[in-house]
Design a protein around this ligand. Structure first.
Ligand code: MTE
Ligand code: MO
Length: 244
């Protein structure tokens, strides 16, 4: 439904009027069905579950450097240098387990883009750094019948998904650093997924497992009404789009 945009926001040239018009159309078609679950989802239930924002309204205010803390799990264990592991398995020739040192030893890619949560808050020009997911996939040797990836997290609850084509984009990272610091626990450290062209719910925190599968299995929020293909500005009935 949402064709894949070019990696560098090539659709930026679309006239604003047309984008707004298309967004209005999308809302018109989907609004009745999609709005109630969306409003009960990230904007209310999740804020309350996180214990930080029972109203969901403070998401519109700048706080904590513009980021809001999100977790669907009430408590998340800490993992670090000695006990962090990332497994890559499923439809691959060479399943692997990575320590933090293993991940740091691979080529690192840094990029600076806007972070955009589907509920409306945005943090402009945020540096992320880590290993391209495609590097781990190449190392694992993805089998011919594979079509998708499932991500699991050591919070024990959250899941995410990407198609194989999406996962191989150059702007999808297994991130070790954010804002030029090692990823802290609250932001999903020591390792989170970073899917630059999509709404931030795709960027699973506390990443612990990557399983190559045949087909997409929708993730946590996608089971609750959000789009699986979460392109910023082209999904979830939103018509806004980052300017950088
Ligand atoms: N494991 C896990 N990852 C997650 C989430 C979560 O609840 N659990 N929330 C998602 C959502 S909706 C957003 S906006 C971002 C928030 O990241 P932050 O807490 O670093 O701001 O994480 C995404 N990844
Ligand atoms: Mo979000």
């Amino acid at each position: 439904m949402n064709p894949e945009p070019p990696e560098e926001h090539g659709e930026r040239g679309t006239p604003v009027g047309r984008r707004v018009f298309l967004g209005t159309l999308a809302l018109g078609a989907l609004g009745v069905v999609a709005a109630p679950p969306l409003q009960r989802g990230l904007e209310n239930v999740l804020g309350a579950a996180a214990g930080k924002d029972p109203t969901g309204l403070t998401g519109l205010l700048p706080n904590g450097g513009g980021f809001r803390y999100y977790s669907v799990a009430s408590s998340v264990p800490h993992r670090g240098e000695t006990d962090y592991r990332l497994t890559v398995d499923g439809l691959v020739d060479r399943p692997a387990t990575y320590t933090l040192a293993d991940l740091r030893a691979l080529p690192q890619t840094r990029m600076v883009k806007d972070v955009q949560c589907v509920t409306g808050w945005r943090v402009p020009d945020t540096p992320f750094e880590g290993v391209r997911l495609s590097v781990l996939l190449d190392a694992a040797g993805v089998r011919a019948k594979a079509g998708a990836l499932r991500f699991t997290c050591f919070d024990g609850t959250y899941t995410e998904s990407l198609t194989l084509d999406q996962a191989r984009r150059a702007d999808v990272l297994v991130a070790l650093r954010m804002q030029d610091k090692d990823l802290g626990h609250d932001h999903g450290g020591p390792v989170r997924l970073y899917v630059a062209p999509m709404y931030f719910y795709k960027s699973a925190k506390w990443l612990s497992g990557i399983t190559v599968t045949e087909k997409v299995r929708p993730g946590y929020w996608e089971d609750r009404g959000y789009d699986v293909d979460a392109w910023v500005g082209r999904s979830n009935g939103r018509d806004d789009e980052p300017t950088s």
